[in-house]
Design a protein around this ligand. Structure first.
Ligand code: FAD
Length: 471
C-alpha cells in the first residue's frame, strides 16, 4: 500500500547522529520523522558498537580484577566465568538504551518509520518495510545519517563467516571464549574487543600494519600503552602487512609479511577478528539517482553547514568526513538541527575527544606531540605519572600518566593525553578548558578535590608552565 505524509524533516538512520538531530529538531518545533531499517533504534553505536562493547569491557575488567587484584586488596574469591550471563548483561544494556531512544521519540512526538529509506528526490523519501509495503514521506529537509559498516582489508577478499573469521559485529557475541585469537588491526576496536577476550582467557595476537598501535594517538602514549598490554598478555606483530586470511581445520590462518618487505609468516588461531576500520554506508539510498555527490572514499560530500550539493539534503555522522565517533555524530546532529531551525549551530572540530576503553583507558583531545612537531609549533610538555597519585595507589591503578602540550609562548593548551584509569572521564576537563581557549595555568589554579585521579591532570598542567608538587 502506498501512503504519503508530510514533515519538516526526515532523518534517515537512527544512530547517534540521526536520533540526536531528530530530538533537537523536534525540541525546536520541527515536525520530524526518523527512518530506520533495523528493528531497534540507536544505530551501530547502541546496537553493535559503543554500548555492547563497553558492557563487555566492564564485565571482563571486573573478572580480570577479581583474578589479579582482589587478593592484594584482601578479598579472597575464586572467580568463575559465566559467559551466557555476561552476554546477557550486554544484551540488557543494549535493550535499555535502544528502548530509551524509542521513549525519547515518543516524548518528542517524532514519527518513527521502520524500513529501508531511499531518497526518491529532494523532498521525498520512499520507505520500504520488510514485508515490501512502501510509503512516501514528503519533507522540506532530508538528513542522511546512515552511518558506516565494517570495512574489509584493501586489496584482500576477506572470507568473513562471522563465526571463525569475524568482524566487530560478532566479536561482541562469541558464544565461547576462544583459546587463541588473532586481531587484525591494532586500532581502537581491535584493542578493545581483543582486551575483552584476552581477559576472559584467550591468547590474543594483534597484527598491525603500522609500527605502532592506535595509529593517530600521541606516540609516547601509544608506546607506553602497548607495553602495558604486553604485560596483560597481548602479543603484537607490528609493521605487518596481512596478505591472506583463510579458514583452516581448527580455525583460521593469517599470513602477513613485514610492511617494509621480507619473509611472510603465518599464524593460526581459533578465531580471527578483522578490525581494520569502517566505511560509510550508503547502499540502497538512491544517492546517484538523486544526484548527491560523494567523495572518493564513498563519503557523502558536505559543506561547512552539512549541506550536500542538492538543496534540502544534508548529511552528518560516520557517512561524512571526520572522525567516526558517536559524539562527533551527535554534535553534528545538534548543530544541523539548530541550523534547520534558523539558529547558528556549530561544531568545534579542534576539540573532539577520543577514548579507548581498555584498561587502563587512553584518552586524548587536541594535537599530539608529533602533529605539533610537523607543524613546527613551539610547545612545552607537562607530564605527571599516576604512580605519584594517592588515589591511584589506593585503587591499585598506578599505570599511565597525563601529558599536557601547551604553546611555549602563551601557555594555551594545544593537546592533552591521558593514559590511565578513568582517562575517558577525566579528558572532559581538558575538553572544556580547550573549548574556552584556556591555558595550563588556568587549570592548575583551579582547585581539584583530594584525593582524586583528576589531581594528576592538574599536576601535569602545573608541570607544563612551572613544576608539579608531588614529583
Ligand atoms: P550509525 O550509528 O551507524 O547509524 C546509522 C543507522 O542508519 C543504522 O541504524 C542503520 O541501520 C541505519 N540506516 C542506514 N541506511 C539506512 C537506510 N537506507 N534506511 C534506513 N536506515 C538506514 N564511537 C564512540 O564514540 N565511542 C565508542 O566507544 C565507540 N565504540 C565502538 C565500538 C564498535 C565495536 C563499533 C563498531 C563502533 C564504535 N564507535 C564508537 C563508533 C560509533 O558507533 C559510530 O561513530 C556512530 O555509531 C556513528 O553514528 P551515526 O549516527 O553516524 O551512524
Amino acid at each position: 500500500s502506498e501512503t504519503a505524509s508530510s514533515f519538516d524533516l526526515v532523518v534517515i538512520g537512527s544512530g547517534p547522529g540521526g536520533y540526536v538531530c531528530a530530538i533537537k529538531a523536534a525540541q525546536l518545533g520541527l515536525k520530524v520523522a526518523v527512518v530506520e531499517k533495523r528493528s531497534t533504534f540507536g544505530g551501530t553505536c547502541l546496537n553493535i558498537g559503543c554500548i555492547p562493547s563497553k558492557a563487555l569491557l566492564h564485565a571482563s575488567e571486573m573478572y580480570a580484577e577479581a583474578h589479579h587484584s582482589f587478593a592484594d586488596l584482601g578479598i579472597k574469591v575464586a572467580p568463575e566465568l559465566d559467559l551466557p550471563t555476561m552476554l546477557g548483561h550486554k544484551d540488557k544494556t543494549v535493550k535499555a538504551n535502544v528502548d530509551g531512544v524509542a521513549f525519547l521519540f515518543r516524548k518528542n512526538k517524532i514519527t518513527p518509520v521502520t524500513g529501508m529509506g531511499r531518497i526518491a528526490k529532494a523532498g521525498e523519501v520512499e520507505v520500504t518495510a520488510e514485508d515490501g509495503a512502501k510509503q512516501t514521506l514528503r519533507t522540506k529537509s532530508i538528513v542522511i545519517a546512515t552511518g558506516s559498516a565494517v570495512a574489509g582489508i584493501p586489496g584482500l577478499d576477506v572470507p568473513l563467516d562471522e563465526t571463525t573469521i569475524v568482524s566487530s559485529d560478532n566479536a561482541i557475541a562469541l558464544q565461547k571464549v576462544p583459546a587463541t585469537m588473532i586481531v587484525v588491526g591494532g586500532g581502537v576496536i581491535g584493542l578493545e574487543l581483543g582486551s575483552v577476550w584476552s581477559r576472559l582467557g584467550a591468547r590474543v595476537t594483534v597484527v598491525e600494519y603500522l609500527d605502532k598501535v592506535l595509529g593517530p594517538m600521541d606516540g609516547e602514549v601509544s608506546t607506553q600503552f602497548q607495553k602495558i598490554l604486553v604485560k596483560q598478555g597481548f602479543h603484537f606483530k607490528l609493521g605487518a602487512k596481512v596478505t591472506n586470511i583463510e579458514r583452516t581445520g581448527a580455525g583460521a590462518a593469517v599470513t602477513f609479511e613485514p610492511a617494509k618487505g621480507g619473509e611472510a609468516e603465518t599464524l593460526e588461531a581459533e578465531v580471527v577478528l578483522v578490525a581494520t576500520g569502517r566505511k560509510p554506508f550508503t547502499a540502497g539510498l538512491g544517492l546517484e539517482e538523486a544526484g548527491v555527490a560523494m567523495d572518493r572514499a564513498g563519503r557523502v560530500e558536505i559543506d561547512a553547514h552539512y549541506r550536500t550539493n542538492v538543496e534540502g539534503i544534508y548529511a552528518i555522522g560516520d557517512v561524512v568526513k571526520g572522525p567516526m565517533l558517536a559524539h562527533k555524530a551527535e554534535d553534528e546532529g545538534i548543530a544541523l538541527a539548530e541550523q534547520l531551525a534558523g539558529q547558528a549551530g556549530h561544531v568545534n572540530y579542534g576539540v573532539i575527544p577520543s577514548v579507548v576503553y581498555t584498561s587502563p583507558e587512553v584518552a586524548s583531545v587536541g594535537h599530539t606531540e608529533e602533529e605539533l612537531k610537523t607543524k613546527g609549533v613551539e610547545y612545552r610538555v607537562g607530564k605527571f605519572p599516576f604512580t605519584a597519585n594517592g588515589r591511584g595507589r589506593a585503587m591499585l591503578h598506578t599505570d599511565g600518566f597525563v601529558k599536557f602540550l601547551t604553546d611555549a609562548k602563551t601557555d594555551r593548551v594545544l593537546g592533552v593525553h591521558i593514559l590511565g584509569h578513568s582517562a575517558g572521564d577525566m579528558i572532559a576537563e581538558a575538553s572544556v578548558l580547550m573549548e574556552f581557549g584556556g591555558s595550563a595555568e588556568d587549570l592548575a589554579r583551579t582547585c581539584h578535590a583530594h584525593p582524586t585521579l583528576s589531581e594528576a591532570v592538574r599536576e601535569a598542567a602545573f608541570a607544563a608552565f612551572a613544576k608539579p608538587i608531588h614529583v
